[in-house]
Design a protein around this ligand. Structure first.
Ligand code: FES
Length: 169
């Protein structure tokens, strides 16, 4: 405490619990440094953490072979942006992602048509018109350990007739 109540004179080494301005600003500065360091550290750790769990798995099941192969026709799988085609006891899976800029193509009478810029593909996914530079690709289908038919989107097949899977193959 100051010697006199209205005096500005502060007695050194008094037991005044007040924090000096210098000490207060120093603590605020260190707090700010620690906060920025924490945010940057968290961002760096987030960068180092593998994002493999954040992306959808490249392999998905299309069901039991007896169920899949007993049907006929072409169905769109929205979650996978892919078409599944079953014919004469065989099945193949083709991407629905346009090779121009990545829009989802629609099934059409003559094959597939992209609603974005008008690219067209034939029934085997070959590009036949519009700005699409490449054909639509197929994905590898195989029978998994569980007995289900699995589609692996990381294994691409370029040749349409090689994309068919049949239980006898
Ligand atoms: S994205 Fe399909 S034609 Fe452009």
């Amino acid at each position: 405490m100051p010697k006199y109540r209205n005096s500005l004179k502060v007695i050194e080494k008094s037991k005044d619990p007040k924090m000096s301005r210098r000490r207060f600003l120093g603590l605020v500065g260190w707090g700010a440094v620690a906060g920025v360091g924490g945010v940057l550290g968290a961002a760096m750790l987030g960068y180092l953490y593998p994002n493999a769990l954040k992306i959808p798995p490249s392999i998905f099941s299309i069901g039991r072979p007896e169920d899949v192969l007993s049907s006929e026709g072409r169905v769109f799988i929205p979650a996978q942006k892919a078409f599944l085609e079953v014919a004469r006891g065989r099945v193949r899976c083709m991407t629905a992602i346009c090779t121009h800029l990545g829009c989802t193509v629609n099934s059409a009478e003559t094959g597939f048509k992209c609603p974005c810029h008008g690219s067209t593909y034939d029934l085997d996914g070959r590009n036949t018109g519009g700005p699409a530079p490449l054909p639509l690709v197929y994905y590898q289908i195989y029978k998994g350990a569980s007995g289900d038919l699995l589609v692996d989107k990381s294994r691409v097949i370029q040749i349409p007739k090689e994309a068919w899977f049949s239980s006898t193959a």
